[in-house]
Design a protein around this ligand. Structure first.
Ligand code: NAI
Length: 462
């Protein structure tokens, strides 16, 4: 029986990062993974492959819409779908092999197979039982469907099936206007698919700043995505090649039917803990199926920890990574910490949408005295040159102390721009601190500075 300081179950961004940090801190570490490749949902069927398709389809959009304006003439490229999928698979392969390399470099054993925990201190994989002083459960999440909707991953798909459709559909219905639906809906819309989004609520991307929600929906509509809002999907009837979605409008309870070649079900994800044996161990779970942990990611059973999508909090790869590192540090006797108030969220559409900290609605509800600094990308020279002037930066700061409380960006490279504000927030900076920092010209980042200036005496280019 092998003996380890730590066995991590699951090799997604939470698990593999935890394993690497454990090894770096001198702990003998193994990671159990049942997939054929490391990296979990994110690298295999999530964040990374979807970004490859977003990139490829955006290039097509640029060629079709902006090349001629810049004097780049010629026939627009046509889509070779199989090649696009091959490119996506190659990107996946490079990334998953990269984790394998990092495991070897850090002397982490990859135990291949699906793990369970027969008792604290032991992990069973197949017929083998491995001993570990500490176990980190990083088993992730899975797509959750709706009652009356059967997923076949061909006609009625989750994000997994949507990343490997046999052909580009003529019409796609997306159920749920959240992150997955809008990212993948954008991909297919740019590839020529008619995309109709059906959303239960009256606004897209729940939890996001209201002003951004409205601007984002308008931009997506301008790009050709259709939205049916306030509609509860009742059922999906599918054949081998077509599907009918039945939904009810919440305002008058009227029933409607919409047809499509493919239906993407993107109505959220739920923690995945099947087969781990947590019930028998008496590990406390929340009503939503999340593993309950204390402030140091330890469950109610000593020596068993949990991180990432299978515990409370936003289901984001980078939140899982931070927890993985912090949990490893706690196990090694250090002081691991995650600042849950400064976790950015990004939607990788074009334009991108990014946020950190509080929304205006949350500040209002909390009765906070705040001010808003806003700057449109229309006033940013670089954005204009790059046909990327849609959107704005909005910074929310405390009215008295000027401390930054939140930021919301819709615009070019928003997912990168947000980090300047994350760092500022980590240091408890004021909007003036950002405004007084010299920003190179011409960059998109100047829009962040201008929004910070707008929290004070005013933006210059507005
Ligand atoms: P989501 O929770 O973001 O959005 C689901 C949407 O479906 C909501 O707007 C909800 O109101 C709607 N909905 C639920 N039931 C419905 C019904 N019966 N009819 C119509 N609409 C209905 O879920 P999504 O997009 O599936 O993403 C799952 C998780 O994956 C999220 O936690 C997300 O943060 C994460 N993720 C993050 C990414 C990123 O950070 N870029 C990319 C992909 C996923």
């Amino acid at each position: 029986m092998a003996q380890y300081d730590v066995i991590v179950i699951g090799s997604g961004p939470g698990g593999y990062v935890a394993a690497i940090r454990c090894a770096q801190l001198g702990l003998k570490t193994a990671c159990v993974e049942g997939r054929e490749t490391l990296g979990g949902t994110c690298l295999n069927v999530g964040c990374i492959p979807s970004k490859a398709l977003l990139h490829a389809s955006h290039q097509l959009h640029e060629a079709e819409h902006n090349f001629a304006k810049m004097g780049l003439k010629g026939k627009s490229p046509s889509v070779d779908w199989n090649q696009m999928l091959a490119y996506k698979d190659d990107v996946i392969g490079q990334n998953t092999k990269g984790i394998e390399f990092l495991f070897k470099k850090n002397k982490i054993d990859w135990i291949k197979g699906w793990g369970s925990i027969p008792e604290a201190g032991r992990v069973k994989v197949g017929d083998d039982v491995h001993e570990a002083r500490n176990i980190i459960v990083a088993s992730g999440s899975e797509a959750s469907s709706l009652p009356g909707v059967e997923i076949d991953e061909k006609v009625v798909v989750t994000s997994t099936g949507a990343l490997e459709l046999s052909k580009i559909p003529k019409k796609m219905i997306v159920i749920g206007a959240g992150v997955i639906g809008l990212e993948l809906g954008s991909v297919y819309s740019r590839l020529g698919t008619e995309v109709q989004v059906i959303e239960f609520l009256d606004a897209i991307t729940p939890g996001m700043d209201g002003e951004v929600q409205k601007a984002f929906q308008k931009l997506l509509q301008k790009q050709g995505l259709g939205f049916t809002m306030g509609a509860a999907v009742q059922k999906v009837d599918a054949t081998k090649t077509k599907a009918k979605v039945t939904y009810k409008l919440r305002k008058d309870d009227s029933e409607h039917v919409m047809d499509a070649d493919v239906v993407l079900v993107s109505t959220g994800r739920r923690p995945y803990t099947d087969g781990l044996g947590l019930d028998a161990l008496g590990i406390e779970m929340s009503q939503r199926g999340q593993i309950k942990t204390d402030a140091h990611w330890q469950t109610n059973v000593k020596g068993i920890y949990a991180i990432g999508d299978c515990i409370d909090g936003p289901m984001l790869a980078h939140k899982a990574e931070d927890e993985g590192m912090a949990c490893a540090e706690v196990i090694a006797g250090k002081h691991g910490h995650v600042n849950y108030g400064v976790i950015p969220g990004v939607i990788y559409t074009h334009p991108e949408v990014a946020n950190v900290g509080q929304t205006e609605e949350q500040l209002k509800e909390a009765g906070r005295n705040y001010k808003v600094g806003k700057f449109s990308f229309m006033g940013n020279g670089r954005a204009k040159a790059n046909f990327a002037a849609d959107g704005f930066v909005k910074i929310l700061a405390d009215k008295d102390s000027d401390r930054i409380l939140g930021a919301h960006i819709i615009g070019p490279m928003a997912g990168d721009l947000i980090h300047e504000i994350c760092v500022a927030m980590e240091f408890g900076a004021s909007a003036e601190d950002l405004a007084l920092t010299c920003h190179a010209h011409p960059t998109y980042s100047e829009a962040v500075r201008e929004a910070a200036l707008a929290c004070g005496d005013g933006a210059i280019h507005m």
